[in-house]
Design a protein. Sequence first.
Length: 600
Amino acid sequence: MKKALNIFVLVLAVLFTACTDDPFEDLKGSDWQKDRNVLSLLLDGQIGTSVIERNADDATIKVFAKYENIEDFSKVEVKNILLSYGASTSNGIGSTLNFDNADTTSVLSVESGAGEKLDWTISLHPFKSDLEGTWYIKEVAMYCDLFSWESWGWDKTVLITDHLPNSASELDNKLTFTVEGADENGNPFGKFIHEAGNDQEYGDFTHDTYGDYNSRFRKVIIGEGTWLRDFERNLVVLADSRGNEFEFGLSLEGNLIVESAFDPGKFDPKYVAEGGVALTAELPYTPENFDWDTQDYLYEEIANMSKLMWYELTKEYEPQTNNSIVSFAVEGQVEGAVIDEDNSTVSVIISEEGANVSSVKITDLGISYGSVVDKDVEESLDFSLENTATITVTSESGEARVWTIKLTLKVEVPEGEEPVFVGTWNISEVGMYCDIFLSDGWGWDKNVPITDYLPAANPELDNTITFVYEGVNGDGKAYGSYENNSGTDGQFGNYVSDNSAWAITDFNNRYRKVPTGTGSWVKDGDKVLITVGEGVVFELLVETTSETEIALTAEVEHLKGSFVWNKINEGTDQEQDLTDYAYNEIAFMSNKMWYNLTKQ
């Protein structure tokens, strides 16, 4: 029985074989091999990849080459060629093509496996690198991401030279790229020179307070080295004489360098200017190292929160337009100068004892890079007219700017009469205390930075507040002048929310307890009464922690009866609940706010 079954299976196999066509019959031979394409081509002296185009029988290839690297145009060697499957050519690897004619063209014939021929016209063009030539450094900048993934976060672009003034010498330097040839992939390479400008100095990425950051920002090597344009990765690789390599992205004229990762409206996208290029480099981004106790944003942007830097280059040298005073001091000065960039003013305080305001000697005068000034250290200023004098700073591009120097005489008073809050203070925190039904037995309370909920208030954190003591009034109360100075960003905090779902978005009436601008103050017990504008008085309690730490506190109306319950725990969205609680805390449940101040 088993033998009969085997015979039956064998007969079936023969019958199936006889009735079925050969599935590979059409693939036998080469009649189906119709393609006559050149897939890639690399010639001697070629830079970059070939531009291959075909429309029916119109077949062309553009090759870019450094002409001076081609010894004989009548014999240009084929370094590599790849054809479609089954196709062939007599101009294989090692053969030569003749471009010694007026059009610098040559013909390469390709025959398909089926025997059909196609002539490809190859045209040779002079190569001009995106980088070749001499460039001037227009700006050195960076992108900072301050927790943009959080609802309260933000991002920004800043000039590194603003944060690290010692690096400003970089701004008149020259970068020269010379093309010498191409590697086996057609990537151009050559020599690179970074020369110091008119000041004969290179930028130094150090900060007088925070230390040395050359290892972080010194990406463009000093002096001579080599460069390679890696087309496949779209990178430019610089290497110094010791073989250390630095990789840069390359952004060409009109290309986007960086845009906001948080909100396109947070800052204008940064594009390469007309006629320029930008070399971009990633920076180690370490938000986990952020110091939440100190919250020194200038330091954090330099050390941890910057993630991209770039050199923007231009063919034409652009003189610097900055005409700022960056540091200032006079003889007899008792506190640090306050420089107001927006209003072109510098405020200094000197001791009244023995002061001759008609002749106050300058001991320090730092100005922006490339600019000149009509005064110098050791010269004297005349403050006899309303305790002011002027200094003119002219930028390298010729733009003059008049700075007003304001002098204040500090009255010497017996020890103990001068209030503890007199002096210049940095704002370390703007906070609030929230009572979420604590008095009802089941609730809770918390302290929280207002800036966590209202990010638009963050510009307040680099401001300085100055109380100047002037004497004692007829009621025996100390008094003086007051100033809330905008910081390096030139802005005051704005207590508003951009959350359109909130019924109230403007909280300035609720939290603007510490006034902006200038005014006067009177000490009244533990309180200081600050008067600004047309008699508007702000009453603040002064709480002293130490000689270098105080708080200005104010009561905030507690509106627990206005608490919005309808959305709380409405669904299962915990994140939405947190948002709703945040709104209630800001709008109704806080009953105290404060400015924590530290002495400069």
